[in-house]
Design a protein. Sequence first.
Length: 105
Amino acid sequence: MAFVFTDENVNIEIQSGKPIVVDCWAEWCGPCRQIAPLVDELAQEYEGRVLIGKYDVDDGGDLLAEHNVRNIPTLLFFKDGKLVDRTLGSVSRDTLTAKLDALLA
C-alpha cells in the first residue's frame, strides 16, 4: 500500500533527501483510479528504497502550487530534496519502473 502524503508531512519527507514519488490524485479522477493499483504494487516492490505515496489534491494544495501541478494524475519524482522528474497522465509499468530505477541510480 502506498504511503499517504499530506501538507503536514510531504515536505518533511521530501527534505529527508531519500528518493520519493508523490502521486497527485483524486478519488473522482478516472485515470488516477486506473493507475492506483500500479502505484500500490510499485510501493511494495520498491519499499525500503523509494518512498512512493499518494497526495489527495482535494485535501492538499501547497505542494500543487509549489510544483505547478495543474493536471492529474501527476507523479512527482524527488531525490536529494529536489524535483528531478515528473509524469502526467496514465503511464505504463515499464515507464514507471525505468523512472524509479533512474531515481535510484
